[in-house]
Design a binder for this molecule. Structure first.
Ligand code: TMP
Length: 207
């Protein structure tokens, strides 16, 4: 399948406001008459939600390679069951996280060689790259505070500030390498300002 213009991902550290912005962008696009599917990783399917529980349970001491492969099990199911069929129907798909999260968390932050992640991408999701990715960028401590206020506490929220800073730097590195696809949005602005910027970018890119 050629790269679908309607495949959009949101990326960012914990607490960067991705899920809110996914919803707001979906509402906007629907108001313009588009069919839109909102989805997320890990999760997005019944099997994916089971995998999500394993991945995020704070008491699990998970081997980094086991963790990596679980994200790809989730992704294989998600792409085949949800994303690919929707794109074939010409539905716009907005996913809260995709392969850039794996490069940032398991690659840049955990230290797994990025060439292993590239190989998994070729095996599991060949030709499935988002057309446009919004990287909601926020200071790590501000993001973690937002999440604590929302009482979120999973295995990743318990990681060190240094870990989350490596995640953030990893996302910046990806944005630097692929500026056409990955658009960095300052997530410390108000919710409304962030949405306005996202809509401006999407209209420019699709024009
Ligand atoms: P969420 O809080 O955005 O739902 O994501 C759950 C956690 O999973 C989050 O801490 C980031 C992490 N994650 C990875 O480490 N690698 C991945 O490939 C994905 C999709 C998420």
């Amino acid at each position: 399948m050629p790269r679908a213009k309607g495949f959009i991902s949101f990326e960012g550290i914990e607490g960067s406001g991705k899920s809110t912005q996914v919803k707001l962008l979906a509402e906007y696009l629907r108001s313009k008459g588009h069919d839109v599917l909102e989805t997320a990783e890990p999760g997005g399917t019944w099997i994916g939600n089971k995998i999500r529980e394993l991945l995020l349970e704070p008491l699990n001491h998970m081997d980094p390679m086991a963790e990596l492969l679980l994200y790809y099990s989730d992704r294989a199911q998600h792409v085949r069951e949800v994303i690919y069929p929707a794109l074939l129907r010409n539905t716009i798909v907005i996913t809260d996280r995709f392969t850039d999260s794996t490069a940032a968390y398991q690659g840049h932050a955990r230290g797994i060689d990025l060439s292993i992640i590239d190989t998994l991408n070729e095996l599991v999701v060949p030709d499935m790259k988002p057309y446009l990715t919004f990287l909601l960028d926020l200071d790590v401590e501000a993001g973690l505070i937002r999440n604590r206020n929302a009482r979120k506490e999973d295995r990743f929220e318990l990681e060190t500030i240094a870990f989350h800073n490596r995640v953030r730097q990893g996302f910046h590195q990806i944005a630097k390498e692929e500026p056409e696809r990955v658009k960095v949005v300052n997530a410390s602005q108000s919710k409304e300002e962030v949405t306005r910027e996202i809509i401006r970018i999407i209209e420019e890119v699709w024009r």
